[in-house]
Design a protein around this ligand. Structure first.
Ligand SMILES: Nc1ncnc2c1ncn2[C@@H]1O[C@H](COP(=O)(O)OP(=O)(O)OP(=O)(O)O)[C@@H](O)[C@H]1O
Ligand SMILES: [Mg+2]
Length: 455
């Protein structure tokens, strides 16, 4: 087993979010509420957010690991060129904004798990495999939780989607990479639980009577479903397998909604329409792979390489719209893709509570501006919504139950807050109660803690 300390880490300081250490110390007093010896953690390593929890007698406790006492961190990393440090979680995003181009920012790393195309990425002089990158996030969570429990906990129940998002759909590879990352982070007993089953276990704690529940966990990278019988008498049963009627999942969720906004509004701004003279008299389009990467939030990382930059510099010389290509080059050179997506994502979130939003981004000569109404957004995301609907249909087919038999549809995950998706579930399940989780970002991690052994 290779420990994280032996992975190819660049020389220099290794900073685990030291700017939040003050808060972390405060978190220690939190352990006084913990009355039993903790042996197992539940970790929800999400495409967008990650969290860690443990059981304290009969309830799960989520460790406040994020900025300002938040119970989750952004699943992000920043490798700073200025001081050679690696920033994890919320600090990664702050440093990325502060340092701008002086470093490499990585997000949505979960999306590369099933992809054989992604083997490693070079950062400075070091080659990082997906496992190394993910281990940094898991290790961060473990250290924070160990600080609270006062133990070096070695067992973990890791959430996993029913189907991993990304290219290749290699489920085995994805799970193995996640397992290896957990080993690098210091765990030696690793179990997996489907995220929509974990969310169901958390929801079950709130039930006063037995129900057949469809759980829809709509996150950043994946939409996962379970159809499961839940109830106060069932929650103590050792074997819950007979209660799970079906699971299903699709590799599309919130990131795909952000990508749809980028694709439908900003492709041409970045030169998708451009032709360039490759050879006297021979005109070509910019390789479509560049725009596939640009318009998939989880793939923007593939653009940040010297090869793409050289290619774009070459293309600008003969392009029929050099300005558009230079915008794309500026985005790639200055590592701005994630910041553009951050702005898009904020606009998307605003549309969950308002009928209208303005997406505006101005930096390094880039000026993006979009007025977007909720109904325009609903049109743009039509394809993603249909894809998510296919996931629900697959669940129903696999379970073989009538829609009218389902008592409750329970929606959780950040993307469950999108009104169009709530409307989809309401329309598909007219006989069921619709419940939106009050704890959309933590139901999975709470459930994972509940799933673990207590000894
Ligand atoms: N108010 C909101 N309206 C719409 N979308 C939102 C809102 N808040 C968060 N989101 C979206 O929810 C997603 C993150 O949700 P969540 O934390 O549940 O995902 P995750 O667990 O990290 O991802 P996954 O489970 O797919 O690996 C992001 O796409 C984010 O943009
Ligand atoms: Mg999730």
């Amino acid at each position: 087993m290779r420990s994280i300390d032996r992975c190819h880490r660049p020389p220099g300081r290794f900073i685990l979010d030291s700017r939040y250490l003050m808060w972390y110390e405060k978190g220690l007093s939190f352990s006084s509420g913990c009355t039993m010896t903790v042996t197992t953690y539940g970790i929800d390593f999400g495409t967008t957010n990650s969290a860690i929890a443990f059981m304290d007698t009969h309830r799960s406790i989520v460790v406040p690991v994020g900025k300002n006492g938040r119970k989750m961190i952004r699943s992000e990393l920043f490798f700073s060129r200025d001081d050679d440090a690696i920033y994890v979680g919320d600090a990664a995003f702050d440093e990325y904004l502060a340092s701008e181009k002086w470093g490499r920012f990585i997000q949505s790393i979960k999306s590369v798990l099933p992809s054989r195309l992604f083997t490693s990425t070079r950062i400075g002089t070091t080659e990082y495999e997906a496992e190394d990158l993910i281990a940094l996030i898991l290790e961060f969570l473990k250290k924070k939780a160990d600080g609270v429990t006062g133990r070096n906990v070695k067992k973990v129940v890791l959430g996993r989607p029913v189907t991993f998002a990304g290219d290749g759909n290699n489920e085995q590879l994805a799970e193995q990479r996640l397992r290896t990352a957990a080993e690098y982070a210091g765990f030696d007993e690793i179990a997996f639980q489907f995220e929509p089953i974990a969310a169901a276990m958390a929801y079950e704690q709130t039930l006063a009577s037995e129900k057949l529940v469809l759980v829809a966990d709509l996150g950043g990278g994946t939409s996962d479903f379970s159809l499961i019988r839940l109830g106060p008498k069932r929650k103590h049963l050792k074997n819950r397998a007979p209660d799970v009627l079906a699971t299903a999942g699709v590799g599309m969720a919130g990131d795909a909604l952000d990508s749809a906004i980028m694709s439908s509004n900003f492709r041409d701004y970045f030169g998708a329409h451009v032709q360039y003279e490759n050879w006297p008299g021979q005109w070509l389009s910019i390789p479509s792979s560049v725009f596939i990467d640009l318009c998939h939030k989880g793939r923007v990382i593939y653009l940040y390489n010297e090869g793409v930059q050289d290619q774009l510099r070459d293309i600008i010389r003969t392009a029929d719209d050099p300005l558009a290509v230079s915008r794309l080059l500026r985005l790639v050179e200055n590592n701005l893709g994630h910041q553009v997506y951050e702005t898009i994502e904020s606009g998307k979130k605003e549309l969950s509570n308002h009928d209208f939003t303005q997406i505006q981004f101005a930096k390094e000569g880039l000026e993006l501006r979009l007025d977007l109404s909720r109904s325009q957004f609903n049109d743009i995301i039509h394809g993603t919504v249909s894809h998510i609907e296919h996931g629900v249909d697959a669940l129903l087919r696999s379970a073989g139950v009538a829609v009218s038999d389902i008592d409750t549809v329970y929606m959780t995950g950040g993307t469950s807050l999108v009104p169009r998706l709530q409307a989809l579930m309401q329309t598909k399940f007219p006989f069921s109660a619709l419940e939106i989780s009050e704890d959309s970002f933590l139901s999975v991690v709470n459930g994972l803690a509940l799933c673990g052994p207590t000894r």
